[in-house]
Design a protein around this ligand. Structure first.
Ligand SMILES: NC(=O)c1ccc[n+]([C@@H]2O[C@H](COP(=O)([O-])OP(=O)(O)OC[C@H]3O[C@@H](n4cnc5c(N)ncnc54)[C@H](OP(=O)(O)O)[C@@H]3O)[C@@H](O)[C@H]2O)c1
Length: 221
């Protein structure tokens, strides 16, 4: 059964993927006071040194341990999504940060030939998870630089989309603690409006600017 439990400020965040995005999210989450379990497809002891150096304070974990966290961030290359474990992610709120970006990923027929956004395809695969698309339209190098306290005049907004309201609230709370406002774009399908190639993907925006851009996107749809 899918649950939508709130994630407290002291919760544990599991991150699948210790690459550019996974480690940046991990450092920002640690700063925000979360406990972080970081995993790759390799055994935990093989990434311990990397995690110690790159994300000091996070736990190098087995993927199963990371997936048992209160909130799980999936930051693996899109073409590897079938190596994820749907059964172990069942019932979890999952942030999908992945993009289908042919300029970077090359052509992936499954995504190129499907009119849906990549997160809708991921949500089909993780059928029993509460998938929320977010954190996909901020560069890994920006994530730690652009964060601001709540209420700051120049606070950047990040869009989120998902089909489960409770899960979106959980993710919005997490992103707020990372230093960003959030803009609820609507159901998971609305994530298409902030994928690669869109104006939202290509810039920094406040909540008000994002609202205007989304209004334009839905008029154009
Ligand atoms: N780069 C950016 O600024 C940016 C920003 C927003 C979103 N994104 C999206 O985020 C995703 C990740 O990008 P990235 O640049 O961080 O990739 P990356 O640097 O290549 O890192 C990918 C990580 O995923 C791990 N991995 C692969 N399969 C896994 C599995 N089944 N379970 C756990 N970990 C696994 C890899 O380690 P092993 O292979 O050793 O397992 C590696 O640590 C992409 O879809 C990208 O489009 C990127």
């Amino acid at each position: 059964m899918k649950s939508e439990q709130p994630v407290s400020a002291t919760a544990t965040i599991g991150i699948l993927g210790a690459g550019r995005v996974g480690t940046a999210v991990a450092r920002q989450a640690l700063k925000a006071g979360y406990r972080v379990k970081l995993a790759t497809s390799k055994p935990a002891d093989e990434i311990e040194l990397l995690v110690d150096i790159v994300v000091s304070g996070a736990d190098a974990a087995e993927a199963a341990e990371a997936m048992s966290a209160d909130l799980v961030v999936v930051a693996v290359p899109l073409h590897k999504y079938r190596t994820l474990h749907p059964a172990q992610l069942a019932g979890k709120t999952v942030i999908d940060v992945m993009n289908y970006w042919p300029a970077i990923d090359g052509q992936i027929d499954e995504f190129a030939d499907d009119p849906r956004g990549s997160s809708e395809i991921i949500a089909d695969f993780l059928a029993d998870s509460l998938v929320v698309k977010s954190l996909n339209h901020i560069g890994y190098h920006e994530l730690e630089e652009d964060g601001r306290p709540s209420g700051a005049a120049d606070r950047r907004a990040l869009a989120l989309a998902g089909d489960h309201g409770g899960a979106k609230s959980v993710v919005a709370g997490f992103i707020d603690r990372l230093g960003y406002d959030t803009f609820d774009a609507g159901p998971l399908a609305a994530g298409r409006a902030f994928g690669p190639g869109t104006e939202i993907f290509n810039g920094r925006h406040s909540v008000a600017q994002m609202a205007t851009l989304f209004a334009g996107a839905s008029l154009a749809a």
